[in-house]
Write a protein that binds this ligand. Structure first.
Ligand SMILES: [Zn+2]
Length: 72
């Protein structure tokens, strides 16, 4: 008898915290940027130099989940 097997799925939908992975090449680090409220772009900044990053979301955009950023 199998009983009490419960899985909680991390994919709940709702207030989705979608993010992209960013490789900050010049700073040699990785980070994440999160979708804005309007759902039009992912915005964030480099954790080392605070350089702002913005990836627009649009029709025909890439399905890329990982981007490179070259901080100045
Ligand atoms: Zn940087």
């Amino acid at each position: 008898m199998k009983d009490g097997q419960t899985f909680s799925s991390p994919l709940q939908g709702g207030s989705g915290k979608e993010f992209l992975g960013i490789h900050f090449v010049n700073c040699g680090t990785y980070g994440r940027i999160y979708k804005n409220r309007q759902g039009t772009a992912y915005t964030g900044h480099c954790p080392r130099c605070m350089h702002p990053v913005r990836v627009r979301i649009g029709p025909g955009g890439t399905g890329n989940r990982f981007f490179k950023c070259f901080c100045p």
